[in-house]
Design a protein around this ligand. Structure first.
Ligand code: SF4
Ligand code: SF4
Length: 97
């Protein structure tokens, strides 16, 4: 199992989740974060940190968002190559624009 970042993260990116992750699993693009399922150890530390409840275990992703399971794997693999690893808290997206 791995955690999955879903739709509520889009245009949010408070990044509270990132600082509690012991495995540095998070990658970001311009809109949201994604979890690398190959490195997530299912510790669930990130789940309560997210203020918009965007993170779910892959067996518990709500039906409208199940495509985010594959999307997290695909995007984190691409973003890893692009150096879009995120390991420290950043200003929320709205504060950056
Ligand atoms: S805390 Fe939630 S909304 Fe914020 S970046 Fe993490 S997953 Fe996205
Ligand atoms: S479950 Fe744990 S290892 Fe996986 S992304 Fe969340 S904090 Fe990181």
């Amino acid at each position: 199992m791995a955690m999955v970042v879903c739709e509520p993260c889009r245009d949010c990116m408070f990044t509270d989740c990132v600082v509690v992750c012991p495995c540095e699993c998070f990658y970001q693009d311009e809109r949201m974060l994604y979890i690398d399922p190959e490195h997530c150890i299912d510790c669930e530390a990130c789940i309560p940190e997210c203020p918009v409840e965007a993170i779910y275990g892959d067996s518990k992703v709500p039906e409208p968002w199940t495509h985010f399971i594959a999307l997290n794997a695909e995007r984190s693999a691409v973003l890893k190559v692009l150096g879009r690893h995120v390991t420290e808290k950043q200003p929320p997206l709205k504060a950056r624009v």
